[in-house]
Design a protein around this ligand. Sequence first.
Ligand code: ATP
Ligand code: LTN
Length: 333
Amino acid sequence: MTRVFSGIQPSGDLHLGNQLGALVNWVGMQERADCVYCVVDLHAMTSPAEHDPATLRQRTVDAATTLLAVGVDPERSILFVQSHVHEHAECTWLFNCIAGFGELRKQPQFKDKSEGQESVSVGLFDYPVLQTSDILLYHADEVPVGEDQRHHIELARDLGQRFNHRFGEVFTLPKAIHPQAAARVMDLQEPTNKMSKSTSSEKGVVYLLDDPTRIAKKIKSAVTDSATDIRYDRDAKPGVSNLLEILAAATGRSIEDLAAEHDGHGYGAFKTAVAEAVVELLRPIQQRHAELAADPAEVARLLDDGAHRARTIAADTLQRAKDAMGLLPRGAA
Ligand code: ATP
Ligand code: LTN
């Protein structure tokens, strides 16, 4: 069976963009593949801003709970927290010794995130090597990610190939897949920017756990334009188009149908319809989240089981890699 691996950083509360752009696909892929999903807390420590320990810990539990709530099934898939499987950090050292300084320095995400920063950690520089370990330890065939991660997956392929060439076949070379998103969700206040966890104003972001009143308020104050027609045109009408796209993804109907139905009735009624659809979409997720959050021991048990199953795979791969590289096996001389 195809093995799928993906990870999400606990760098903020998950929002409608994450759900429609990525998590819906994570859940759907469980039907056809053997899926391993990871809350990548070690990656979240690399952001240029100093991280707050209590916040990191809370966000890690929240992200895992939300993944369970949206439908990641711990029976069928492996769901775990990256730092619970120490093989990721150890394998990163092995890859550090075959990765080139030059190829890491050129990584677009590193260039973006380090530019203009007063101090940049070695962790941020090494981020893609840790991501390589995440993927290669599980022999992943497919890695569903956003377009922005393309270079990181290419690096994982390059490092895997280099390793296999020098030391013998240990790693499977993965390929990035970019499943069609249910929607590319833009910020409600600045509809030309994507909705993002690390945004400056929460007003433009619908969080998966926002209550119905807050969801309605945010959608009703979404920036549109001074006209009144409802049609899909990302350039001329970014705000209205974003709402149409959200409504289509939330109801499973086509954008054309919805535009035809709502055109001529004004933005107010249209926004009410979008708000109702989003509230209905999130209701079951919020219900399931509340049940899980009321039972932290159960969440801890599920994550412990996930770490155990992940580790069985990762430890085996790491041992083969260490042997291949000539590290002396324990107990041998
Ligand atoms: P950050 O602000 O830390 O970059 P983010 O909210 O933009 O966070 P990521 O952690 O980069 O999200 O992405 C997690 C997944 O969610 C990725 O697969 C990404 O493509 C998807 N995603 C994030 N934001 C959106 C969005 N607005 N629309 C559609 N998909 C999105
Ligand atoms: N860098 C990714 C998160 C991530 C990941 C991974 C994704 C870390 N390790 C392994 C896929 C596979 C991001 O920021 N979206």
